[in-house]
Design a protein around this ligand. Structure first.
Ligand code: SF4
Length: 591
């Protein structure tokens, strides 16, 4: 049940018959669309930018997500938006609201952020402002935080997305385009615009931008890419009306494909020679039969030049940096991360990693890093911590980790602490040995417990992620999970729990019978990325939701944080130099 990387005839970027340099330099705008919490740049833009600039192209990076929220919480943006509000709702004081919005932004971008009362006040102001903005786009609900904006259309149907694109009442992104993106396109006059769609929630804004660019700037080539596009690659060619709003789509890793596309535009080159591409011609929409995967050591470090780093909603900049592609483990049966790749796990070597972190630290004056690797490999984790100490990089960092027997030694955690490791996202999933086995996690509750104790004892904040309802999991298994977490609450600092989703490319779905799963694909829901299912044994969807609801009601109150944004907790741990932060605990503090 290993990941299948065979997704077309593989071509190696280095041996590719077309040059990796710009023939004729072109101007590219890269867009990161809303909605995402604006705490740090998303890595796709700086990664592609570095690659395209190295080849000689001119790139303008636009984090539209950041710019949108900056505009929402500004006097100019709010006044413009609230002009749309029906008179019966204009009982609020706009001047007072804009003053509060600007003050809230000042707090989250200054050292006042570390006063939790002030930070909580700022977050409440963001909620109040987005609630008020919602009145202008009713019945849409604009929500931040949490990131739950809802345009009142179904995301899993292309026909609904197309209706949302045209709906001038609910579609807030139309105004975002007119006031932010359109002036930038007019000023820059790009040849190509690329939009990186990571989450399916970004489809509304992305397709809206595509439609409005096509209408107002028909000469610009639009390409979309990213994780969601990769997962929709089988249905995009059928969604012809949606595909008419952009020109091409890039699947899997984007560097070589994007560069080859940029080089090819304006020439008579056949697009079928470009790897990872979905394209159209007079005969229809086609998927390229060749694929490429990047050779990690040859990739340049991300290039953040042109992004307004000072505008992110944090007091101390956090930069993302990736050392690996793919997951070194890759065997968890619920996980489809491997679907984004056409080659297995690859890594940069430790010298290069340290050199690049140092380069980013010095160039962008940053001391906080997020390493968003799928799961940081244990051997590299140990090397990284030792080298960060030896080279005295003096950074604070966070990453994602699997519970590994090879990471139990206390020295590992001593090094992690000394090297500045502050926050770990831990893939716990379940406290039941039986379910861990079913999932293919290949770890034990003893390893989990000892890892939690060791990391917590060395100042690391453990954010433990899990879910209920893996096929075959029983009520008893779920109780064991709850009991395990309660027993170890001293070393579990925060939790992120949900229920099992049967995602489109997961090993469970590919082996549904073996897991006792029956699922249903609704043909009208063409963009669905997970499906409704029933199980032969154990918790079904509704049971798992009940278990989760009960867990949320009755779990240890110390896990209910006043501020629940992971990057913010990371910054607090780094700032206060401890993982013991009762000031963040909501209900415990109020007792
Ligand atoms: S859940 Fe995490 S560790 Fe497991 S395969 Fe997916 S990325 Fe790798």
């Amino acid at each position: 049940m290993a990941i299948d990387y065979t997704k077309g005839k593989k071509v190696q970027p280095q041996k590719y018959p077309y040059p990796q340099q710009a023939g004729q330099p072109k101007k590219v705008i890269l867009i990161f669309p809303p909605d995402w919490y604006p705490s740090e740049p998303y890595l796709s833009l700086p990664t592609l930018t570095a690659f395209l600039r190295k080849a000689g192209h001119c790139v303008i990076q636009k984090d539209m997500n950041l710019e949108m929220y900056d505009w929402f919480f500004s006097e100019e943006g709010l006044n413009l938006i609230l002009e749309r509000t029906p008179r019966k709702h204009t009982h609020f004081n706009i001047t007072k609201l804009t003053e509060k919005a600007e003050s809230a932004k000042t707090i989250i971008r200054s050292q006042e952020f570390y006063n939790v009362d002030k930070l909580e006040w700022a977050m409440n102001v963001f909620r109040e402002v987005t609630d008020t903005i919602s009145l202008a786009y009713a019945p849409a609900r604009i929500c931040m935080p949490p990131m739950e904006t809802d345009l009142n259309y179904k995301l899993f149907m292309s026909s609904e997305i197309l209706k949302a694109v045209e709906d001038t009442q609910v579609n807030v992104y139309r105004d975002v385009f007119n006031h932010i993106l359109k002036p930038a396109i007019e000023a820059e006059e790009p040849d190509i615009i690329g939009i990186s769609i990571v989450l399916k929630q970004q489809l509304f804004s992305s397709i809206t931008f595509c439609a409005m660019i096509k209408e107002q700037f028909p000469g610009i080539h639009i390409t979309i890419g990213g994780n969601t596009v990769t997962r929709l690659r089988d249905v995009l060619p059928q969604a012809r009306n949606m595909f008419s709003l952009f020109d091409t789509a890039i699947m899997y890793e984007g560097e070589t494909a994007f560069l080859q596309l940029v080089n090819a535009i304006g020439t008579d080159r056949d697009f079928s020679t470009i790897p990872n591409l979905i394209f159209k011609d007079s005969t229809g929409i086609h998927i390229s039969t060749i694929t490429s995967a990047e050779d990690m050591p040859t990739l340049p470090p991300p290039d953040f030049d042109g992004l307004s780093l000072e505008k992110y909603f944090v007091p101390d900049r956090i930069l993302p940096y990736l050392s690996t592609r793919g997951c070194y483990w890759g065997r968890c049966k619920f996980c489809d991360h491997g679907e984004g790749y056409t080659a297995g796990y690859r890594a940069k070597n430790i010298d290069q990693i340290i050199e690049e972190i140092q380069h980013l630290r010095d160039k962008y004056q940053v001391s906080h890093f997020h390493f968003p690797d799928e799961s940081y490999p244990p051997a590299l984790f140990k090397k990284l911590t030792r080298r960060l100490i030896k080279d005295d990089l003096q950074i604070a960092w966070s990453t994602h980790l699997r519970f590994e027997e090879s990471l139990l030694d206390d020295k590992v955690w001593e090094d992690a602490e000394k090297s500045g490791c502050k926050f770990l996202h831990m893939g716990f999933e379940s406290g039941s040995e039986r379910v861990l086995k079913l999932m293919g996690k290949a770890t034990t509750t003893e390893v989990i417990q000892r890892s939690l104790e060791a990391s917590s004892g060395h100042g690391v904040w453990n954010h433990v992620m899990g879910f209920f309802g893996f096929p075959g999991e029983t009520f008893e298994d779920a109780k064991i999970t709850v009991r395990f977490l309660e027993d170890n609450k001293e070393h579990v600092h925060s939790i992120g729990f949900g229920t099992f989703d049967l995602s489109k490319y997961s090993p469970v779905l590919k082996n549904a019978e073996r897991f006792g799963v029956t699922y249903n694909k609704n043909p009208e829901w063409d963009l669905a990325l997970d499906y409704y299912f029933t199980v032969k044994e154990g918790l079904g969807i509704e049971d798992a939701e009940r278990v989760l609801a009960e867990f949320e009601q009755s779990h240890y109150k110390g896990w209910d944080l006043r501020i629940y944004i992971r990057e913010y907790v990371f910054l607090y741990v780094a700032h206060y130099g401890t993982n013991k932060l009762p000031l963040l605990q909501f209900r415990v503090q109020q007792k």
